[in-house]
Design a protein around this ligand. Structure first.
Ligand code: PMP
Length: 453
């Protein structure tokens, strides 16, 4: 057992993100001590497969010496450089160029942030600057998708569709709107791909009409809705929505904070969706979670409009840690790893993961299996016919997470009992098989639990 004093210190002083503070005080922290590859070790020495890559971010896996060296070298040489006053650093410039080279279409301009929330927040400002520059300042209304997640900053959280992020803040603001999700398993139009796409297109058209077509600034979508429960749209959904935005004259933002950097197979999901958005946001896999960093990509037409419109005046948006050289050095090294085998391994491991999870469909608790590449979910129900969710009173998320943990597996357990998977792309076949095996054990134990039925 690890030191009780750490648990006490945590209880007394450390506030955890998105937690029931009282619930956490009661349960106490689980301290992670070290990690290698796809395996994490807690402070008592228990080893677990990290089926969620931290928080869908450690795409390269843990313990890459070359990443540590890149960060150390940069810290020795130049641990910090501001981007203010016209200054910069080599790794940040090189990383922006390398990313622009690989990004879809004309997404040639990169603004570095500290993570995903401030990347989304930045797009809101850039989009306003853009429309002001275009002489249409009244375009100040934003649309996103129910079950979507776009961060936890006070403004960006209004685009997020999780009620827990809104209560007491007066958000979403009245300029933030939502349309229904494509969530196929529980969609009133059924699960036929074209019906779902048509319903989303109609919903967006209707929302734009309702708001006033001349007032809408942008539409935000994740290629796969992550925090909403890994909701995978039908193939062609992103492309259809992107085309509609073009037709309606509104900007399209692809939030690739989870899907970027190999999570679904290619470097960016937009590549396989065959779209070029006006903006793309990334974070997580950009540095594989080793250090914080996010980024906003913007198209040439956006950048040129903002630049022309501001003229000699400063575009008033920046952070002390924008384009941090240590994060950028890590980003450059991680990018090399992706292209020297990690993406390929992730694609192979992803196919095995999906096949393994599909094999769980016959389990009495499994209502739905969905995913793409190394991003997947298994939605549990107590009645497959009626799709009845696990009883909320039994706190299925906590139970399932704890059981999986005891079985040596870290997964995400969503509030309704859906299991989320986002393992590191470096997983071996044996590790993927162990994830499936340990999931089956967890499901069997849950089935035996009288409170959950
Ligand atoms: N957008 C999406 C799609 C996300 O999944 C997340 C985080 N899970 C964010 C934005 C916010 O990123 P961060 O937690 O790094 O602020």
């Amino acid at each position: 057992m690890y030191s009780n004093s750490l648990i006490e210190l945590d209880r007394a002083h450390l506030i955890h993100p998105v937690a029931s503070y009282r619930g956490h005080e009661k349960l106490g922290v689980r301290v992670l001590a070290s990690a290698r590859g796809a395996t994490v070790t807690d402070a008592s020495g228990r080893q677990l497969i990290d089926g969620f890559a931290g928080l869908w971010c450690v795409n390269a896996g843990y313990g890459h010496e070359s990443i540590v060296e890149a960060a150390t070298r940069q810290m020795r040489e130049l641990p910090y450089a501001t981007g203010y006053f016209g200054l910069g650093s080599e790794p940040a410039i090189r990383l922006a160029a390398e990313l622009a080279d690989r990004a879809p279409g004309d997404l040639n301009h990169v603004y570095f942030t500290l993570g995903g929330s401030d990347a989304v927040d930045s797009t809101i400002r850039f989009i306003r600057y853009y429309w002001i520059g275009r002489g249409e300042p009244q375009r100040d209304q934003f649309i996103s998708v129910e079950q979507g997640y776009h961060g936890s900053s006070t403004v960006g959280a209004g685009l997020t569709a999780l009620p827990a992020f809104h209560a007491g803040f007066g958000i979403p603001f009245d300029w933030q709107h939502k349309i229904r999700s494509h969530y196929a398993y529980r969609n009133p139009v059924g699960n036929a791909p074209q019906a779902i796409i048509d319903a989303s297109l109609a919903a967006l058209r209707q929302k734009v009409e309702e708001i006033g077509p001349e007032r809408v600034a942008a539409f935000y979508a994740e290629p796969i809705q992550g925090s909403g429960g890994v909701l995978v749209p039908p193939r062609g959904w992103m492309k259809a929505m992107r085309q509609l935005c073009r037709e309606l004259g509104i900007l399209f933002v692809a939030d690739e904070v989870i899907t970027g950097f190999g999570r679904t197979g290619p470097l960016f999901a937009c590549h396989e969706d065959e779209i070029v958005p006006d903006f793309m946001t990334v974070a997580k896999g950009l540095t594989s979670g080793y250090v914080p960093m996010g980024a906003v990509f913007m198209g040439d037409h956006i950048y040129q409009t903002i630049a022309d419109s501001a003229g000699a005046a400063a575009v008033g948006h920046g952070y002390t840690y924008s384009a941090h050289p240590v994060s950028a050095a890590v980003g450059l090294e991680v990018l090399k790893l992706y292209e020297n085998g990690l993406l390929d391994n992730g694609r192979k491991a992803g196919a095995r993961l999906m096949a393994g999870l599909e094999s769980l469909r016959d389990h009495p608790l499994v209502g739905d299996v969905r995913g793409r590449g190394m991003l997947a979910a298994v939605e549990l129900v107590v009645d497959k016919e009626k799709k009845t969710p696990l009883p909320a009173a039994a706190e299925p998320a906590r139970r399932i997470f704890d059981r999986a943990w005891e079985n040596g597996l870290v997964i995400r357990a969503f509030a309704n009992g859906t299991l989320g998977y986002a393992p590191p792309l470096c997983c071996t076949e044996a590790e993927i098989d162990a994830i499936i095996e340990r999931t089956r054990m967890t499901l069997d134990q849950t089935l035996e639990d009288p409170d959950v039925r």
